[in-house]
Design a protein around this ligand. Structure first.
Ligand code: 5AD
Ligand code: SF4
Length: 464
């Protein structure tokens, strides 16, 4: 019997990659992915817990799917990802038709869990499975199967989990302790992708800058002295394997054209990273460096581990070493205790740094985090106003930053033909760019002369 799976993803790029891994496993088992839940025997939501809003969306969707299941009782419903871990009891209580719930560390158990559900149904008993117990994802036990959404750009997970303790953040709870994938495995995967025709790889991790801190066997640069991992395994050098070293290895030893990475914590972003970015041709001139707040008082309460001044110094050094760098950030407004003066300091920092783009969020308490125990004392209308003020401020800055490309020639990786029939892709600085051109350009790096800008996109002419 053909088996069809529908999978919807919420949340970050890590989650998108996890969904690709899930589909890879299921395709290897004979499933076919479908674009509509009505055609599916297995419906999965890969969920996100980062803000209350993300969770409410997934609960709403799953409630609708439960009704679908009443009409078609044979359907299997599953909740995967961060919500599965953070809201396990809620999920089971509020969604009685859900058959299985598996956290980010348990995704490789999915084939086994599905087999258990099928067996129990055959036996006429039925089960509801809750799998959220592993402390870390067994990265060294990836199952076979590779499935990717795109043909030109690909994600590659290099580490999983987060050892930080930011007061607002649920991720250390949902994704567990940091663990890094072995260097040779990453080199092989990127090289395979390059040979298969991919032009760009985005390296993924909650905090890619601490790549190499801990490998699945306990070795790593923070591990016991005897178990430090040296590059000698790769090239005979006595340097420790860390993130800048990984970038240099990928740049030198694989045929991939463009490397990107996300996310970086400012605390762990050092001069050596900036030097590697400057030296490696393939590493794109773009860094997402979430600052979260422009007030030292708030940064301290958030337990971010840096001051505004320390952040400024890093950005200045980066801009010295990589002059054309584009920067983006995340900012939370309305964190507990954030005063008007704190907020104004954030506005001032945004003006000063002049990010190319910014993701701006209103604080929502996440049960189980440290800050959830504090009074959520910035009133909703105040959060709303601060959010609007920052959005407007950043819109002006983003526009200015885009205009700096007018009249210049940029390198664009063409990812697709868009709905308007234009070639569409991104510049090295991760800016959207479009132009007219032939199908043969799809998947290629092209030169584009920028003639106009919209609020989000460069419009140009293909340089022959
Ligand atoms: N409330 C609002 N925003 C949050 N983020 C993380 N946790 C919260 C929260 N509780 C934001 C941070 C982070 C981004 C992924 O989401 O800015 O960098
Ligand atoms: Fe959402 Fe964070 Fe989990 Fe990504 S890691 S899915 S952003 S909660």
């Amino acid at each position: 019997m053909p088996k069809h799976v529908y999978l919807q993803t919420y949340g970050c790029q890590m989650n998108e990659r996890d969904s690709e891994e899930v589909l890879g496993m299921l395709v290897a088992q004979g499933y076919t992915p479908v674009a509509c839940e009505d055609d599916a025997d297995l419906i999965l939501l890969n969920t996100c817990s980062v803000r209350a809003h993300a969770e409410e969306r997934a609960f709403g969707k799953m409630a609708a799917l439960q009704r679908l299941k009443q009409a078609r009782p044979g359907v299997v419903l599953g909740i995967l990802g961060c919500m599965a871990k953070a809201q396990r009891e809620e999920v089971f209580r509020r969604l009685p038709q859900v058959d299985l719930v598996a956290g980010p560390a348990e995704i490789y158990d999915l084939p086994d869990l599905l087999a258990q559900v099928a067996q129990a149904r055959q036996g006429g008993t039925g089960v509801r499975l809750l799998a959220v117990d592993r402390p870390v994802r067994p990265l060294d036990r990836k199952p076979p199967g590779d499935w990717r959404r795109d043909r030109v750009t690909a994600f590659v997970t290099i580490m999983e989990g987060c050892d930080k303790k930011c007061a607002y953040c649920i991720v250390p709870t949902t994704r567990g302790q940091e663990v890094s994938r072995a260097l040779p495995e990453i080199l092989d995967e990127v090289q395979l992708l390059a040979r298969a025709g991919y032009r760009q790889v985005t390296l993924l991790g909650q905090n890619v800058n601490s790549y190499g801190k801990r490998f699945p066997d306990g070795g790593g640069y923070r591990g016991p002295a005897g178990r430090r991992r040296l590059l000698e395994e790769a090239d005979g050098s006595d340097r420790l394997i860390d993130f800048p070293a990984l970038l240099r290895q990928l740049d030198a030893k694989t045929a991939i054209e463009r490397l990107r990475f996300t996310t970086s914590h400012p605390f762990d972003a050092h001069e050596e990273l900036f030097r590697a970015m400057a030296d490696c041709r393939t590493v794109c001139e773009y860094l997402h460096l979430p600052v979260q707040s422009g007030s030292d008082r708030v940064l301290r309460a958030m337990r971010r581990g840096y001051t505004v001044e320390a952040y400024r110094v890093k950005v200045a050094r980066l801009r010295e070493l990589v002059p054309d760098i584009a920067l983006s950030t995340d900012v939370i407004v309305g964190f507990p205790g954030e005063s008007e003066a704190d907020f104004e300091a954030t506005c001032a920092l945004m003006e000063e740094v002049a990010y190319d783009s910014a993701f701006l969020f209103k604080y929502s308490p996440r049960p189980g985090t440290e800050a959830a125990g504090w009074l959520d004392d910035v009133a909703r209308p105040v959060k709303e106003r601060r959010h609007q003020v920052l959005l407007a401020l950043q819109a002006g800055i983003s526009r200015r930053k885009l205009e700096r490309w007018l009249g210049r020639e940029v390198e664009v990786l063409v990812e697709e033909r868009n709905r308007r029939g234009q070639l569409a892709g991104h510049t090295r600085q991760n800016v959207n760019a479009v132009c007219a051109g032939p199908d043969a350009a799809i998947g290629e790096l092209i030169g584009v002369h920028v003639e106009r800008v919209t609020p989000t996109t460069l419009i140009g002419r293909l340089i022959a």
